[in-house]
Ligand binder design. Structure first.
Ligand code: ADP
Ligand code: PAZ
Ligand code: K
Length: 239
């Protein structure tokens, strides 16, 4: 079965073969995705998307044209040993939901999940499988973009400067936004330690995960494909 995650910036594709997850590729844009999927014509596909209904419809049309049998998975109130914290459970992003399902399979312990993508999110899952809730903030590029859009004299750079303090607008903006992401993660650690005295397992995922400074985190893992791992859990339940 083919697994697909549609994030706000990138799609990620994997193949599930006898319960083993094999990452294929990530990319941007629906056209590129559908072109890539021509290699998998006629296969079964399970996908999750945080994109607009319009884009999801275009995707579904494209999948039908490729002869693919597809299922779109959505956030649930409870599944696979995880209980969603939201009163309005469907509003929890399906990518966040899937990271919770993946975390629960891994270990029954207090687990903190940080996804560093278009948004930066933090979610806590306790050892009973209760999702305790979480935080959402703009990610690095989203923060840069918002200041570029809302000011007159600010421009952004894409790649990381080799400095600690910016001596240009672009460097200062990048470094400041990066510090804000890092501060979000540090504050998540402070709050988590307030919630529980127990040791906490940290799972970091998302496009920016490799750039996080993990000093001060003891039990942590970088899991690049945690959302896809969650899709594999759903796939196993589908049978
Ligand atoms: N050094 C970094 N620090 C924080 N975030 C980063 C960094 N590099 C890239 N990113 C973010 O990663 C995002 C892409 O990651 P991804 O997990 O694929 O996002 P999404 O799931 O939202 O599509 C980009 O939008 C970018 O903001
Ligand atoms: C918070 C998100 C924007 C993160 O998206 P991403 O950065 O992974 O593209 C997404 O999970 C979402 O649209 N969530 C719905 C709101 C919520 O989770 O409460
Ligand atoms: K994501």
């Amino acid at each position: 079965m083919i697994l697909l995650e549609i994030g706000n910036t990138r799609w990620k594709l994997a193949a599930l073969l006898e319960q083993e997850l094999n990452f294929i590729e990530h990319g941007e844009g629906l056209d590129n995705l559908l072109r890539r999927l021509t290699d998998y014509q006629g296969q079964q596909l399970l996908f999750a998307s945080v994109a607009s209904d319009e884009l999801n419809q275009q995707l579904q049309q494209g999948l039908t044209q490729l002869g693919m049998v597809f299922v779109q998975t959505q956030t649930e109130a409870a599944a696979s040993g995880v209980i969603n914290a939201y009163a309005d459970y469907q509003r929890l992003g399906v990518d966040r939901w899937l990271t919770l399902l993946a975390a629960r399979q891994r270990k029954h312990a207090l687990t903190a999940i940080v996804d560093v993508g278009t948004a930066v999110t933090f979610d806590l899952l306790n050892s009973d499988g209760h999702h305790l809730g979480g935080w959402i903030a703009p990610g690095l590029n989203t923060m840069q973009d918002s200041l570029v859009a809302r000011s007159q004299r600010i421009t952004a750079r894409i790649d990381a400067p080799a400095e600690v303090l910016g001596r240009s607008t672009e460097d200062g903006l990048y470094l400041g936004c990066q510090a804000a992401v890092q501060g979000f993660v540090k504050q998540a650690q402070v709050k988590t330690n307030e919630v529980s005295d127990l040791p906490v397992d940290w799972l970091f995922t998302g496009g920016g995960m490799h750039y996080l400074n993990t000093n001060g985190f003891i039990n942590y893992e970088i899991r690049p494909h945690l959302v896809l791992e969650g899709l594999a859990v759903v796939a196993a339940d589908l049978g």
